[in-house]
Ligand binder design. Structure first.
Ligand SMILES: NC(=O)c1ccc[n+]([C@@H]2O[C@H](COP(=O)([O-])OP(=O)(O)OC[C@H]3O[C@@H](n4cnc5c(N)ncnc54)[C@H](O)[C@@H]3O)[C@@H](O)[C@H]2O)c1
Length: 398
């Protein structure tokens, strides 16, 4: 195990490290979701010592439960069990649980301590570090929240062994984004030299890339904790990504998949403004390809997509703000114009989306796929979203 900052530890099989902290608090809540609870609550119960003061609470799994309604029963549970200002919350889960656990700790009795134990790669390299905690509002993601730093972050890469492959890829999307935020080339070189080991979940290599990725994120967090300036660079790719996720109601792309496309959007803008050349852009696409992350932008109608880009939290005065990069790796915040967005998205015009709805007597199927138009022939490229609803004969299909 390695202490990479005063409050952040990275290692393999290190959950017993939590015993160093439990004695400082009167009650401890392990807050998680049902998926992680099934996988890890028993392990925690045997690894943690002061069993009588440790409580467990799991909510349903999914971004759709990241809201105030899911948190109210947690407050009830804590009050019923006499949690005090000297109590602790341990968030055990991916980014959703880390953000929610942090939000509960920021608000219960006006604030108690919390420890992040991130279990997804995305949460290990991003969501658990930096003190942004939040829940979603029906109209906008992460709209209700606060800045509150965790008491400790305990990152155990062994959790990644049970993480679904697609979620691992999602985390790689954010992790690779960090490689564009440092001028130190050794980070990317190390990743390029260890692609197979990363894919095979080699603990030592995972510990190294998680550590380096956090160091990059921490650099921006430390110089600008409340995101008044440079911290916004961490949002490289996010203006496009948030709009894409929201266009599909968070169902078609994982966050990391959307961010990878978003990074390419920002690089396309950098290319358009003459800050980088096509070689730089192609190299960037190839970095994501190493991990089979698709970076092609999605051709969507701009009258629907641009208003979604306008909703990003970085924006103000109705401007759309995104991040530019130059060949030397210098970053800057910029206002992107509508005609630039249209020119970039139009480049991907032959790659677009098709939706097909099939309504049968007792079932309704929806398929959204990425297709490619080649000489008037439309080829299937990639499935984006598939849903099947079985209804009883005679019932309305909604
Ligand atoms: N606070 C921040 O700075 C910050 C930064 C980035 C993202 N986020 C937030 O993080 C969330 C996305 O995080 P995420 O991608 O981790 O999603 P998530 O928390 O929904 O986790 C993805 C899926 O993986 C499962 N999972 C997690 N760890 C597992 C494990 N070890 N084994 C098996 N299954 C596991 C989860 O149960 C879930 O089904 C978003 O809500 C986003 O807003 C916050």
């Amino acid at each position: 195990m390695k202490k990479i900052f005063d409050d952040i530890y990275v290692g393999s099989n290190i959950i017993s490290k939590l015993n160093d902290y439990t004695r400082d608090f009167d009650k401890i809540l392990i807050f998680s979701n049902e998926t992680i609870a099934d996988l890890y609550f028993e392990k925690f119960k045997s690894a943690l010592n002061e069993k009588d003061k440790i409580f467990y609470f799991a909510i349903k799994d999914g971004e759709e439960y990241k809201n105030i309604e899911s948190i109210l029963p947690v407050y009830d549970f804590m009050l019923e069990n006499n949690f005090s200002r000297k109590s602790l919350i341990i968030s055990l889960g991916g980014g959703v649980i880390c953000d929610m656990g942090g939000y509960i700790s920021a608000t219960y009795m006006r604030g108690i301590e919390f420890i992040q134990v991130p279990t997804s790669l995305l949460a290990q390299v991003d969501a658990s570090v930096g003190g942004k905690v939040a829940v979603n509002h029906p109209k906008c993601k992460n709209m209700i929240g606060s800045f509150k730093n965790p008491y400790r972050v305990i990152i155990d890469v062994e959790f990644l062994k049970t993480l679904p492959k697609r979620e691992f890829k999602s985390g790689m999307g954010e992790l690779l984004k960090h490689s564009f935020l440092t001028k130190d080339k050794s980070y990317l070189e190390y990743i390029e030299n260890n692609v197979e080991k990363i894919k095979n979940l080699d603990n030592e290599v995972l510990e190294n890339i998680v550590e380096q990725s956090i160091r990059i994120k921490k650099h921006y967090v430390d110089i600008d904790p409340l995101e008044k300036g440079e911290r916004a660079f961490l949002n490289l790719g996010h203006t496009y990504a948030h709009a894409l996720e929201s266009f599909f109601d968070y169902k078609a792309f994982t966050h990391g998949e959307a961010v990878a496309k978003g990074v390419i959007f920002d690089l396309e803008l950098s290319l358009l403004r003459g800050k980088i050349d096509t070689k730089y852009l192609e190299k960037a696409k190839n970095i994501f390809k190493l991990f089979n992350i698709d970076t092609d932008l999605i051709y969507l109608s701009s009258d629907k997509f641009i208003p979604l880009m306008r909703k990003d939290k970085k924006n103000s005065f109705n401007k759309i703000i995104t991040i530019l990069i130059d060949e030397k790796g210098n970053l800057s915040k910029t206002e992107v114009q509508e005609d630039e967005i249209i020119r970039i998205i139009d480049k991907y015009k032959n790659d677009f989306l098709r939706a097909s709805i099939d309504i049968g007597t007792n079932s309704c199927r929806l398929l959204i796929a990425e297709v490619q138009k080649d000489n008037e022939i439309i080829n299937f490229k990639k499935e984006i979203y598939k849903d099947l609803e079985i209804v009883k004969l005679g019932e309305d299909v909604n």
